[in-house]
Design a binder for this molecule. Structure first.
Ligand SMILES: Nc1nc2c(ncn2[C@@H]2O[C@H](COP(=O)(O)OP(=O)(O)O)[C@@H](O)[C@H]2O)c(=O)[nH]1
Ligand SMILES: [Mg+2]
Length: 361
């Protein structure tokens, strides 16, 4: 699966700056992702994973050629057009809403930076007000969706009545200004709502777009940031400059800024974490690659992520921990040392498993 993340926020919050910084990391022309450049507001960005480089070194040492590295990726969408009244058709209105319905996670960019040369649509910087404007628009959009639902007739099934009960509860909660995720918490009830693709059911990561100064201040103690959960702090402008540098200069610049990891990398990792995603790895001469799956997924479904045929013709999965694979320098030594486990279809994939699927004909 490809994780899809939508970047929203009021105009001039710094969405496009952040998105353009992400674009600098875009996986260009990597064979499995030929669609990268189709849409100007979509960027396909690798999930940082230092393990891939280590695996490639092992494969190179044992096989004599360095394999191409294919990282797991996240698709970011720069979603413009959210203003007060968007749900009533203001700004880009419904066009905006159709883009956001498809994403797994919403990144809500909030403007913390003060800059007199960049106007604020609502006058002055006020993060909590902006947050409320955005969340209200999303709630209103969901209310429209819910109001289109039609009550089942008297002679309906028990399931349909139960479904309608959930809709009623939702309508009441949304009208009171609550997001769907807070109103409906029961997993079975949520399942009933899945196809409605409600915006306020999606997980939200807040991105505090701070100024250059706030970024470098030791232990930025902005109380508002602490009220936002989950959140990360970013200076979009700095991230753009950082991402524009050649890789060897990026490290230096990060040190100068007093940071260990680029905020973009933290953002991608956080998104992964929030959605309960993990990566398993494959290490072959053809390619060294990370594959995204949900935590708890079984070997059979994981095989299907690589190829649907793999799922149909699954025999078993040979599995080694990443650290063993690297310290023992590859499959052969791992086999000799008895570190390769032979797992069946029901095996639960762990993050960092190096896997070789055995497939029938
Ligand atoms: N000083 C400062 N300016 C920023 C920062 N992020 C964005 N901007 C500026 O704010 C303006 C609007 O940014 P943009 O990314 O286009 O906002 P969008 O409307 O949310 O896409 C641009 O002039 C940016 O250079 C930041 O972190 N610090
Ligand atoms: Mg923009």
């Amino acid at each position: 699966m490809n994780l899809k993340v939508g970047i929203i926020g009021l105009p001039n919050a710094g969405k496009s700056t952040l998105f353009n910084a992400l674009l600098k990391k875009q996986v260009a022309d990597v064979a499995p992702y030929p669609f990268c450049t189709i849409e100007p507001n979509i960027g396909v960005v690798p999930v940082p994973d230092a393990r891939l480089e280590d695996l490639a070194k092992v494969v190179e040492a044992t096989e004599g050629t360095k394999p191409p590295i294919v990282p797991a990726v996240v698709e970011f969408v720069d979603i413009a057009g959210l203003v007060k009244g968007a749900s009533q058709g203001e700004g880009l209105g419904n066009k905006f809403l159709s883009h956001i319905r498809e994403v797994h996670l919403i990144v809500n960019v909030l403007r913390f930076f003060e800059d007199p040369s960049v106007v604020h649509v609502a006058g002055e910087v006020d993060v909590l007000r902006d947050k409320e404007i955005i969340e209200t628009e999303l709630i209103l959009a969901d209310l429209q969706t819910i109001n289109k639902q039609i009550e089942p007739k008297m002679n309906t099934t028990k399931e349909e009545r139960a479904g309608w009960e959930v809709i009623r509860k939702l309508k009441e909660g949304l009208n009171a200004g609550n997001p769907a995720s807070a109103i409906i918490t029961d997993p079975d009830e949520r399942k009933l709502l899945r196809e409605l693709n409600l915006l306020t059911m999606k997980p939200v990561l807040y991105v505090a777009n701070v100024s250059e100064l706030q970024m470098t201040e030791q232990g930025n103690n902005n109380v508002t940031i602490e009220q936002l959960q989950p959140a990360i702090t970013v200076c979009a402008k700095t991230e753009f400059e950082l991402a524009s540098l050649p890789e060897n200069e990026q490290k230096e610049y990060l040190q100068e800024l007093g940071l260990s990891v680029a905020a973009l990398d933290r953002m991608i990792q956080k998104a992964y974490e929030m959605l309960g995603l993990i990566s398993f790895l494959t290490a072959r001469v053809k390619e060294v690659r990370a594959w995204t799956v949900e935590r708890g997924v079984q070997a059979l479904q994981a095989a299907g992520v690589i190829h649907t045929d793999f799922e149909k013709k699954f025999i078993k999965a040979d599995v080694v921990d990443f650290s063993d694979f690297v310290s023992l320098m590859g499959w052969q030594k791992c086999r000799e040392e008895g570190e390769v486990r032979s797992e069946g279809r029901g095996y639960q994939i762990q993050d960092g498993d190096v896997i070789e699927f055995k497939i029938g004909t």
